[in-house]
Design a protein around this ligand. Structure first.
Ligand SMILES: Nc1ncnc2c1ncn2[C@@H]1O[C@H](COP(=O)(O)OP(=O)(O)OP(=O)(O)O)[C@@H](O)[C@H]1O
Ligand SMILES: [Mg+2]
Length: 305
């Protein structure tokens, strides 16, 4: 049994009367990339801030490395790296100065800070900018520095709040490659994202969160299987004709095409053929669209709205 690095029991957070997180429970295993996937306002940042001890939970319990977060904030903080939603380097300091500050905070030796910082600046393609004030950095550069700062003390556990959000393809790729290599080095990663592709590519398991509740939790593959019922058969007839009641699946019209939502692709195709024959019309195009993780996510979110 792999060790569980994070355990969360019936966690809740109210902002005033507003329930932002409504009783979630889950655990994250050592060495896992665990994705928290949800739309804007789902409660992802609120959750990560509670997990990292920045925000007090209203109810429930969180254990990190087997310790209660509210009682062991500092002990836990020494072993984790955090990349917050908004990049957090000081803008009046240079990249190198920010890294130094972070290293000192973690009690690292000067020499160790310097060596590791230079190597991280290289990795994150910031070496040439190391002495420049962060004020002059682009969003992507700030985000990369933010991740370099989180990695500086070589933490066992990383919390990343949408680390690739708003970044260009190259910067996003760089950050994703680093997530992959950190996992290969045995690190555990908790990743907030609203990007389905990232979740699919990076995560061993994904929790889908919506309106403060976990609505599905599984491997990306299993979540896709869950969604096997969300097939769409797209068909166009010539001449255009439609009788929505004829089909057992839900029919949506889009331009000159019918999109028939169905669990049973075979049956739907039989119905299409029968409909064409009966109406004496021709099938011009026929497409079976298997749901992407994104479609499934949309359906699951809709079902739990
Ligand atoms: N400080 C706050 N005071 C009051 N309400 C808040 C506060 N922070 C967040 N909320 C509300 O709590 C809910 C969850 O917000 P949260 O920031 O956790 O969402 P999120 O999943 O991180 O969204 P996003 O993808 O946009 O970052 C939202 O409805 C938000 O408006
Ligand atoms: Mg957020």
């Amino acid at each position: 049994m792999p060790e569980e690095v994070i355990r969360v029991y019936d966690l809740k957070k109210y902002y005033g009367d507003f329930p932002a997180v409504k009783g979630i429970s889950f655990s994250v295993k050592k060495g896992e990339v665990f994705g928290f996937l949800g739309p804007n306002g789902a409660g992802k940042t609120t959750t990560i801030r509670m997990l990292t001890g920045i925000l007090e939970p209203s109810e429930g319990r969180i254990e990190v490395f087997g310790m209660d977060v509210t009682k062991n904030k500092l002990k836990i903080r020494e072993r984790v790296g955090i990349v917050p939603e908004m990049a957090n380097p000081y803008i009046d300091l240079s990249a190198m100065q920010n890294l130094f500050l972070m290293g000192r905070l973690y009690g690292m030796k000067k020499r160790e800070i310097k060596e590791r910082s230079l190597s991280l600046l290289e990795t994150f393609k910031l070496y040439n900018k190391k002495d420049q004030k962060v004020r002059t950095f682009s969003k992507g550069m700030k985000q990369r520095l933010s991740l370099a700062m989180a990695l500086l003390p070589d933490p066992e556990l990383l919390f990343l709040d949408e680390p690739t959000s708003g970044l260009d393809v190259m910067s996003a790729r760089l950050i994703k490659d680093i997530i992959i290599s950190e996992q290969q080095r045995g690190k555990t990663i908790f990743l907030n994202t609203h990007n389905m592709q990232d979740a699919n590519e990076l995560c061993n398991r994904v929790a889908i969160i919506n309106h403060g509740k976990i609505v599905a939790i599984d491997t990306p593959e299993k979540i896709k299987e869950l969604g096997a019922k969300y097939n769409v058969v797209e068909v166009s007839f010539s001449p255009f004709k439609v009788n929505e009641d004829f089909f057992s699946g839900k029919v949506k019209i889009s331009g000159n095409k019918l999109n028939i939502h169905t669990e049973d692709v075979h049956r739907t195709i039989e119905e299409i053929v029968e409909f064409a024959r009966r109406e004496k019309i021709k099938i011009v195009t026929l497409n079976v669209k298997k749901p992407s993780l994104e479609d499934i996510f949309m359906e699951i979110v809709k079902e739990n709205a």
